[in-house]
Ligand binder design. Structure first.
Ligand SMILES: [Zn+2]
Length: 352
């Protein structure tokens, strides 16, 4: 028997291990790509949460965000709240489930604190009939007892009402003055006091606030959790089977339907279907038992993986989200269709 290095040793030697809970903060020089007049960066550097291996992607993401529309926010209501401009082929970071989970983790630090002051300067941002006086009265003096998330909805439980925060496309959480995620596609990288839509100040100092340049997110009390399906990060096979059973709509449309499964946006839907080898246009109810199992396992595996990598835009299919691209798995030219109202990339060879 000849002696051979089993490869294992060398691969271990080369593998850097990073913890999912501790993304590194990289400081990018302000001349790292073009800067639009609108971004108005006055500081020499920008703080960007990036994984070491993703610096190039983060740079691309920033350049994409710098090219975004300069239309004002007020009339920019859109149904596309969770994804990139696919046509650009650029990487994007929008508050999908993985980003909101990072917000939730950051907000854990306010559990146990009492709310001294509530700031609700933007009545538009208060939803479901909530008024500024009402939200101030309901939350002032209350203690935060838990921070929860279901899909893309972040909730603060108090010893009074439940506070719901929805981030839309450009909503950013600010905890004790720090931002868990700074750069978002469709959202500016700088901050502006005028974008502060809601804020809590706690007894003894500290705060939790929400900035939203485009005002597509919102604040509500007693959010309707029952309207949301099971959370995608924790979905069981039984829950997935139940969500798909007898449904004629395309599987991708079902994955995007927050009432059926909460948290999956456009990028994640394409990624999991591509990895599971399932055609996004298939009627959801036609998936057999093995396919349901495969899809559920893929969802449960892929979401934490992408969160560890840095977000929804870090999938293996992401690099191929552009016209003329080929399947990263088998080299087949990808199909580009609109399914469930969203631009969809899939492989005609291995997705059936
Ligand atoms: Zn393929």
């Amino acid at each position: 028997m000849g002696l051979r290095w089993p490869g294992r040793r060398s691969s271990f030697g080369l593998t850097a291990t990073v913890s999912a809970s501790s993304p590194l903060t990289a400081t990018l020089a302000s001349d790292h790509g073009p800067t639009s007049p609108r971004s108005g960066n006055s500081s020499a550097t920008r703080q960007v949460n990036c994984w070491p291996s993703l610096l190039t992607q983060c740079g691309s993401m920033r350049r994409a965000s710098q090219r975004r529309s300069t239309q004002p926010a007020r009339n920019a209501i859109s149904s596309s709240h969770d994804s990139t401009k696919d046509e650009s082929g650029m990487l994007a970071l929008v508050p999908e489930i993985l980003e909101v989970e990072r917000y939730r983790q950051a907000a854990e630090t306010v559990v146990g604190r009492s709310i001294a002051e509530v700031s609700a300067p933007d009545a538009w941002f208060l939803k479901r009939g909530l008024g500024p006086d009402e939200v101030v009265a309901a939350l002032t003096g209350r203690a935060v007892t838990a921070v929860r998330r279901r899909g893309k909805l972040l909730m603060l439980d108090t010893d009074g009402p439940v506070l719901g925060l929805r981030f839309g496309m450009t909503g950013r959480l600010v905890v004790d003055g720090g931002m868990p995620i700074v750069g978002l596609e469709y959202g500016p990288e700088r901050t502006d006091p005028g974008w502060r839509r809601f804020g809590l100040t706690f007894d003894g100092g500290g705060s939790l606030a929400m900035d939203d340049a485009r005002r597509l997110g919102g604040i509500e009390l007693w959010p309707d959790e029952a309207a949301l399906g099971p959370d995608a990060l924790a979905i069981t096979r039984r829950q997935l089977a139940s969500a798909l059973s007898g449904v004629r709509a395309p599987i991708k449309a079902v994955l995007l339907d927050q009432h059926r499964i909460a948290g999956i946006g456009n990028l994640l839907a394409d990624e999991v279907l591509w990895r599971a080898g399932i055609d996004p246009a298939r009627a959801a109810g036609t998936l057999d038992d093995d396919e349901v199992t495969r899809l559920q396992r893929t969802i449960r595996r892929v979401l934490p993986q992408l969160m560890a990598r840095g977000g929804s835009h870090t999938g293996d299919l992401q690099v191929a989200r552009e016209r003329g691209a080929v399947c990263p798995r088998d080299g087949t030219p990808l199909e580009r269709r609109t399914i469930g109202g969203r631009t969809t990339y899939s492989c005609p060879a291995h997705q059936r």
